[in-house]
Write a protein that binds this ligand. Structure first.
Ligand SMILES: [Zn+2]
Length: 289
């Protein structure tokens, strides 16, 4: 007798994957549904499947489409007089990218640095992926300078922007990936219609503006909603993320992890980065096996 196919959370069957009627399948060959574990190479057959039409998914495509864990330390609370040295140390210790917090004193009540500083850092660090988190009132103003500075991904807050689609297009035309960021008070509904324009959605887990704040667990439903509806979308969390809060982020479905003080102040940065990665990868693995 066949057993029910219960090895997938409901969240993994939606959005990009067309929902299928409930079905049962052999416990060792559940590669019939349109869900992440179709990364299994084989093609299921009508003979062994009760769901109907067989679906062919190329193993190589499915494998490439897998969600990846990326750890991006924020250098906000590092010794900024040693920006290059601190950044290189983070990369040497296993960081996947650098998350550069840009503040203009208007959108948030703090100032950090702008394109000239990023450009200097890029001249010393040629190959790392740079994401700028633009906590600025007018993100359109800084697209060109940041592209010229060598930024790879331009993540801006949607709250002050009137023409979000146009701004996304300009970021892309400038050669950068698009990230859309939401403050804690911004509901997910505000970004829904723009998700297709973005490479990544950033859910803030503190009020933007300062490092070292307490993680807001009540932001996790936003992350869950995104992962549920967009199984392969890059979803980033930023603010108060460290060893004590990473499990909540990973369980909710975040795969891009910004961590500031938890990494910067750690005596062993490499161990902290590895531990954050392990938690996220194990959640991704659970969802895709
Ligand atoms: Zn940030």
């Amino acid at each position: 007798m066949r057993r029910p196919c219960n090895n997938l959370p409901g969240a993994q069957r939606t959005a990009a994957f067309r929902p299928l009627p409930a079905h049962s399948c052999a416990p060792t060959a559940c590669n019939k549904c349109l869900c992440p574990h179709t990364s299994l190479a084989s093609l299921h057959t009508a003979a062994s499947c009760q769901t109907g039409t067989p679906i062919r998914i190329a193993a190589s495509t499915a494998m490439n489409d897998r969600l990846k864990c990326k750890i991006g330390p924020s250098i906000l609370n590092a010794d900024l007089s040693q920006l290059y040295k601190e950044s290189q140390r983070l990369l040497d210790n296993g960081a996947d990218y650098l998350h550069l917090d840009v503040m203009d004193g208007h959108f948030v009540p703090n100032l950090t640095f702008g394109a000239p500083v990023v450009k200097c850092l890029r001249s010393k660090i040629r190959h790392a992926f740079f994401e700028t988190h633009m906590m600025v009132q007018n993100p359109e103003q800084w697209i060109e300078p940041m592209a010229d500075a060598g930024v790879d991904q331009y993540t801006f807050h949607i709250e002050p922007v009137k023409e979000i689609i146009k701004t996304c297009r300009k970021v892309r035309e400038a050669g950068m990936k698009v990230g859309l960021a939401l403050k804690p008070g911004t509901e997910i509904d505000a970004v829904r219609q723009f998700i297709d324009q973005a490479d990544m959605i950033l859910i803030m887990t503190v009020e933007p503006g300062f490092g070292g704040q307490k993680f807001m667990t009540d932001m996790m439903p936003k992350v869950q909603w995104l992962r549920h509806n967009y199984p392969l979308l890059d979803v980033e969390v930023d603010g108060g993320v460290g060893l004590n809060t990473i499990a909540a982020c990973a369980d909710a479905g975040a795969n891009m992890i910004v961590s500031g003080t938890a990494i910067i102040n750690a005596p062993d940065q490499r161990a902290v980065i590895a531990s954050l990665r392990e938690t996220v990868e194990s959640s991704i693995h659970k969802c895709s096996v």
